[in-house]
Design a binder for this molecule. Sequence first.
Ligand code: HEC
Length: 200
Amino acid sequence: MNRIFIKSALVLLVLIVPACATKISNEAATVKYLDESRNTALEFRKKLGGVQKAQLESVGAENAIPVCKVIAPALAAEYSQDGRVLKRVSLKARNKLLGTPDAWEKQVLEAFDQSQLAGKLADNMEASTVSKDADGRWFRYMKAIPTQPQCLQCHGKPADISAGLKALLAKEYPEDKAVGYSAGEIRGAISIKRKLDAAL
Ligand code: HEC
């Protein structure tokens, strides 16, 4: 009886110890994923910016809508792999379904806006944390997206947006909130999350 008990306890130990050993601490997760997330966000922004610039120059803003509507989410999906999820979020989303922030993202976006009001440069703003949610532990990262002059033809004040584009946006995005921006203002953020472990 005792022997069986000891044996099963040993088996349990063998099973449990590696499980504990592989559970990454919050600090180690930050060391491991912060730089990686920074690089991913930078690469994503460069890639999307390049495609957008080329489209705006070659076909003009009205015909560049598909870039934003199709290519941006497709590129985000392409970068969402190996346990990583990449999104673009905003306090004033154009695409409600894809661009609405969750509680942490909303809090960070509000803090970015506050920092900007206090005179900080949007270009350098980022945030990271390890969160414990109902579905497990996640490493999370956000990088602010500043509004550039070329964004205004689709996200600027009414005078910046052509009549044709206004009509197109109204048709495609009846609940559009992503207008009225000025250059330099924070348009939203790239948000990256990575699952560390499942809920117990
Ligand atoms: C040709 C018009 C156009 C231009 C120019 C444009 N956007 Fe957009 N933007 C859109 C559309 C359309 C969407 C909605 C995409 C979707 O359906 O997912 C969008 C969505 C976004 C989103 C996702 C959050 C949301 O509001 O749904 C961000 C962030 C964003 N744009 C930032 C920018 C920035 C920064 C620039 C300039 C570098 C820019 N956009 C230039 C049309 C444009």
